[in-house]
Design a protein around this ligand. Structure first.
Ligand code: NOJ
Ligand code: CA
Length: 702
């Protein structure tokens, strides 16, 4: 393809254009992405984006509605336009690649607006990359010191009736399955009740969450998300079906306003990722590039982590988080020594030791234990303020002995803090909770925000909740603690700045055992664009009833699919979620989970289509070894995997973990075959993926 010419700006040079008149153009370094900015006649800021000459975002307006003040939507004047460009390469603390190039052309439009006697200032900063475009608002220091934002009105007018993979708007959860439909069909799903729980919190039936994956009729891939969500509510997108235009829809605060900001202030970036191929969207690093560099001086204590957990046995109902059957009590006065244990408490010292033995024997770094602390009898759906103290173990959980035992065996325990949505209670106890972790040698916490957020009226994604999640991450960093937050706001690349944020959930993970097989082929295009997910793969026993009496649950996946997920769902924090006894039955397949790294020097997305399949190869950061893997939806697939990613001239021993010819995610999910073969970069391997299946391959250099 011919690259268009473009103006080359020095990496540090700032060019100042004259204000007024005509559209200002901003092209990506390769010229293929072109952004145009213009003030309409009435002074409304307007932009559009083209990719390969196709209008992806049609002229769209920008601005704000303020509480009790004139809107910041029109009547603007351009004071000055400054241009810049950047080209630098940075090394993430952990990641899919050991270096990331941040290469863009930028333009900041400085606007003023006369509101009565007050002159308001608003800058709009644009950046254009070879694989996308972004903008954010900057409120410079000015006469008005505080702005109360009733609504942000950032439009993204779609260039056509794109295909979308979407989840409905919701201020509290992203735990939905994706729907694939045309943009023009989104509202019909809500109306026909095809989607359960749409608009749990009263959100518009045409509202969707980001990251939103789209495909144009011409076959281009587009993705809308935000980057660097700090001190501001999370953004949804609300569609006007009459003109296929999205407008930002921020999560409200209890008083109905969206955000209160003190100048100077920068909003998160609004981002459009662009690709010729689906794999371009998987590979783009725009979201991380738009976040600030690492803010932590010492990162030596942050380590990629493979872990097991006393967890799946609770999720499946084999054991319980709680210790007794008591209910409706005050944690401050409840006397556990007088309560009768129900006998199904999973986090008891003997059971935890059994897990420590297995995890340590098989080279894991950590073991998560849920239900170790008092309060689990009386938390779910209770909306209690004081629900956990995060420091008092149950009588049958010997915190000192278990940590000592684990450390002697070379692994760490992972802490668990379920806040039950009571953010005020967690903030009150957080210092002591982290201190307890330091005291016993825990260096990672899985936190959770199940239930309605307190104080009442707050939402999971509102400005004050967003502040809390980052506050918890920063405080944890001060105490050298890594964070894996469940049910917190979906990530927006902040792990670049705070690399101790090693994981989030913020989507349906393995605990929803009945997802369609397409779900995991969509997540890397959507949820994972903001950062890694604690997806908790590695289920080897699909028939839950085979070990939980009375359960008729079946995990809809093959064993090879579960192995493939360690490759397709990148995360520096990966769990082997099933029970030790289930791995012990299939130690040959478990070998892949033992071998697979969680930190990479290089990643090559080989082929993919959202909702259908993903195939990827990655090189270990610490060795010359390569790994490959893939997953498919409910459709079986056969393909040829070219091994040209391997280093030429070297020989590798490939171990191929594949679906058996008769494997099927519903009827025969545990059938797999493992073969070994010596290969070089000149070879090609035939790959078969069963319905709901996948594959995984390790390539050890010889
Ligand atoms: C929901 C989390 O996603 C799950 O992993 C956890 O076990 C429960 N909450 C209890 O905290
Ligand atoms: Ca969850």
């Amino acid at each position: 393809m011919l690259k268009k010419s473009f103006f080359l700006f020095g990496t540090t040079a700032m060019l100042v254009s004259c204000a007024g008149g005509g559209a200002e153009q901003l092209a990506s370094p390769d010229g293929n992405v072109q952004l145009s900015f213009e003030l309409s006649k009435d002074g409304t800021p307007t932009y559009s984006v083209k990719f390969d000459d196709e209008e992806i975002i049609k002229p769209s307006t920008l601005g704000f509605i303020l509480k009790d003040a004139a809107p910041m939507t029109s009547g603007f004047k351009v004071e000055k336009i400054t241009r810049e460009s950047g080209d630098e390469t940075w090394a993430p603390v952990w990641g899919e690649n050991d270096s990331i190039r941040d290469h863009y052309n930028g333009m900041t439009v400085q606007l003023t607006q006369q509101a009565g006697d007050t002159l308001r200032k608003l800058d709009i900063q644009f950046r254009v990359y070879d694989d996308g475009a972004a903008f954010r608002y900057i409120f410079p220091d000015q006469e008005t010191k505080t702005f109360v934002i009733a609504d942000e009105l950032s439009q993204m007018a779609m260039g056509g009736d794109y295909t979308a993979w979407w989840i409905p708007g919701d201020y509290d959860t992203q735990e939905y399955e994706y729907t694939k439909s045309k943009l023009s069909e989104i509202s019909s799903y809500a109306e026909k009740g095809k989607i359960e729980n749409v608009s749990q919190t009263g959100f518009s039936p045409t509202g969707v969450q980001t990251s939103l994956m789209l495909k144009t009729p011409s076959g281009k891939y587009v993705n809308l998300h935000e980057a660097a969500l700090v001190d501001y509510p999370a953004m949804h997108l609300n569609l006007d079906e009459s003109n296929l235009t999205f407008t930002s829809w921020l999560t409200p605060s209890p008083d109905g306003t969206k955000a209160t900001i003190d100048v100077p202030f920068k909003t998160p970036w609004r981002v459009v990722m662009l690709g010729e191929k689906a794999t371009d969207i998987l590979a783009t690093n725009i979201i991380y590039n738009l976040n600030e560099p690492n803010a932590l001086e010492d990162t030596s204590w942050i380590h990629p982590t493979k872990y097991m957990g006393v967890w799946w046995e609770m999720i499946t109902g084999k054991s319980q988080w709680s210790y007794t059957d008591a209910e409706n009590f005050d944690l401050a006065t409840f006397d556990y020594s007088k309560a009768k244990p129900h006998g199904k408490h999973g986090a008891n010292t003997a059971n935890v030791k059994r897990y420590i033995d297995f995890a340590a024997d098989n080279g894991f770094d950590e073991l998560l234990i849920e239900g170790w602390n008092v309060g689990w009898e009386d938390w779910f759906g209770k909306e209690k303020d004081y629900v956990f103290d995060f420091v008092t173990p149950y009588p049958d959980f010997d915190i000192k002995e278990l940590n000592d035992y684990a450390h002697k065996k070379g692994i760490k325990l992972m802490m668990h803090h379920e806040t039950s949505g009571s953010i005020p209670n967690y903030e009150k106890h957080m210092d002591k909770a982290y201190d307890l972790m330091n005291q016993y040698g825990y260096d990672a916490v899985k936190s959770g925000y199940v239930g309605s957020i307190l104080p009442k009226g707050e939402n999971h994604y509102s400005q004050s909740s967003v502040r809390h999640y980052l506050n918890a991450i920063k405080k944890a960093a001060d105490k050298k603690i890594m964070v894996n937050a469940h049910e917190a706001v979906r990530p927006t690349g902040l792990a670049r700045t705070y690399p101790n944020l090693v994981g989030n959930e913020s989507a349906m993970g393995t605990e929803y055992r009945n997802m369609s097989a397409a779900h995991e082929t969509i997540l890397p295009f959507t949820r994972l664009k903001g950062g890694p997910m604690d997806f908790t793969p590695g289920i080897f026993r699909m028939d839950i009833g085979s070990f939980v009496p009375g359960s008729n649950e079946h995990k809809k996946a093959t064993v090879a699919n579960q192995l493939g997920l360690y490759m397709t769902m990148y995360s520096p924090l990966q769990m082997a979620a099933d029970l030790p006894e289930h791995y012990a039955e299939k130690m040959d397949a478990f070998q892949f989970i033992k071998d697979v790294p969680v930190d990479w020097s290089e990643t090559r997305y080989i082929d993919a289509e959202p909702g259908e399949f993903i195939i990827v190869a990655r090189k270990d950061k610490k060795s010359p070894n390569w790994f490959a893997g893939g997953i498919t939806n409910e459709q079986a697939r056969d393909t040829e995997l070219k091994l040209d990613f391997l280093q030429p001239g070297k020989k590798y021993m490939a171990t191929i973990y594949a679906d058996a010819p008769d494997a099927d995610y519903l009827k025969n999910p545990e059938a797999y075959v493992i073969t070994k073969k010596e290969v070089t970069s000149a070879d090609t391997l035939p790959i078969h993926m069963a319905q709901g299946g996948g594959f995984a391959i390790s390539f050890f250099e010889e």
